[in-house]
Design a binder for this molecule. Structure first.
Ligand SMILES: *Cc1c(COP(=O)(O)O)cnc(C)c1O
Length: 387
């Protein structure tokens, strides 16, 4: 499957047919698998044979989903987890030990930030943050005990773009591991492994499902690293349910198609917003006005489905705007077929002070739109009347 185009990989990577010769992969709702003999069971446990044993260890539906993502990302191996956060946590825990130090971009998903700030201190792991707009800072933050460098691009919710090639050059010069949360871009728009990333993580809950139905996560990358992450996740139990894997596997068939429309709509929304009064700034990777437009063009196929903009008038104006929306719903999710609006200052980042929010690139008047698959005119009309 390696030489096929990504659209074909999504559609054609399938489980081997069962004896029923089904056309579409069936759902394997089973917690465990049986063996013909004690010797077969022993061989499976010893990994002398490849057999499914128990669904916490692995399941055919999980395997199908993981192979699609691994091949799309150009990765050697992968594992599926019960959510994006399970993927991130399992990755971190399999890599760090007490006394280690890690480096992360400061502009990251809220729960990932909480792992660094609340749970890493408990196990004696320290962290340093670099600014998405100053990746050269990474070099100054590296210590002898630094284990990995972690980042998201485009970042959430400020939609900054980080130069993967440049970061990888710095990281590899010091022999460190580079981990990229590729959730906003998906493998259709951006393949961090091509720029040297060792591990790529996704919250499959977002664009991979794409229809707001299931939670899921996936980690792909170097086989030796994935093996350790797999063992951690299998022991601690955050395995993806077969049903969710089945849903996600079907969704991957339409990922490229959906991303094309998300990106096309998002660019139209961004262009519309740029011309409006009362808006201070519009952030979208493929707008010429984006500070890292050239980097986005280099490493992304299209600009993604998320647009951020800043309303004049701060906290109050942001909340007012959300309340005026009709079709577009207020939700903390993203990557859905339905357009969603969020006001980070009064939701995901409300526990931070205004000063702290600014440090992670969030102005109090910032609105984040996850542009859906509706006709773009209907999305723009709703935004227009709310403005
Ligand atoms: C949602 C999200 C996560 C967490 O994923 P869950 O599936 O909600 O656990 C991690 N990273 C990014 C960038 C996300 O958007």
């Amino acid at each position: 499957m390696q030489n096929l185009n990504i659209e074909t990989i999504g559609v054609r990577t399938q489980l081997q047919r069962s004896h029923f010769n089904e056309h579409s992969a069936p759902l394997y709702l089973t917690s465990s698998f049986v063996f013909d003999s004690a010797e077969d069971l022993r061989a499976a446990f010893n990994e002398e044979t490849e057999a499914f044993i128990y669904s916490r260890y692995g399941n055919p539906n999980n395997e199908e989903f993981v192979s699609k993502v691994s091949i799309m990302e150009g990765a050697e191996a992968g594992i599926a987890t019960s959510s994006g956060m399970a993927a991130i946590y399992a990755t971190f825990m399999s890599l760090v030990s007490s006394g280690d130090h890690v480096i992360s971009c400061s502009s990251i998903f809220g729960a990932t930030h909480t792992i660094f700030t609340k749970y890493f201190p408990k196990i004696g792991v320290t962290y340093s943050y670099f600014d998405a707009n100053d990746v050269h800072e990474i070099e100054k933050l590296i210590k002898p005990n630094t284990k990995f460098v972690y980042l998201e691009t485009p970042t959430n919710p400020a939609i900054e773009v980080i130069d993967l090639e440049l970061v990888n050059t710095i990281v590899k010069k010091h022999g460190l591991i580079l981990i990229v949360d590729n959730c906003f871009a998906t493998p259709y728009l951006q393949k961090p492994i091509e720029y040297g990333a060792d591990i790529v993580i996704h919250s499959a809950t977002k664009y991979m499902d794409g229809q707001g139905r299931v939670l899921g996560g996936v980690v792909v990358g170097k086989e030796s690293l994935i093996r350790e992450i797999y063992l951690f996740n299998r022991i601690t139990g955050a395995s993806l349910s077969p049903f969710n894997a089945w849903i996600l596997s079907k969704s991957m068939e339409t990922l490229p198609l959906r991303m094309d429309r998300h990106c096309d709509n998002a660019l139209k929304v961004a262009r519309f917003l740029e011309g409006q009064k009362g808006i201070l700034q519009v952030k979208y990777p493929f707008l010429e006005s984006h500070p890292n437009y050239a980097i986005a063009k280099k490493q992304m196929k299209l600009g993604g489905g998320i647009v951020a903009f800043t309303l004049e008038g701060g906290l109050q104006k942001g909340a007012q705007f959300l309340n005026k929306l009709n079709m577009i719903k207020i939700s903390a999710n993203l990557g859905d077929s339905r357009t969603i609006a969020t006001h980070p200052a009064s939701s995901t980042h409300c526990k931070l002070s205004a000063q702290e929010r600014l440090q992670v690139g969030i102005d109090d008047g910032m609105i984040r739109i996850s542009v859906g698959l509706e006709h773009y005119e209907d999305i723009i009309n709703d935004l227009s009347q709310a403005l």
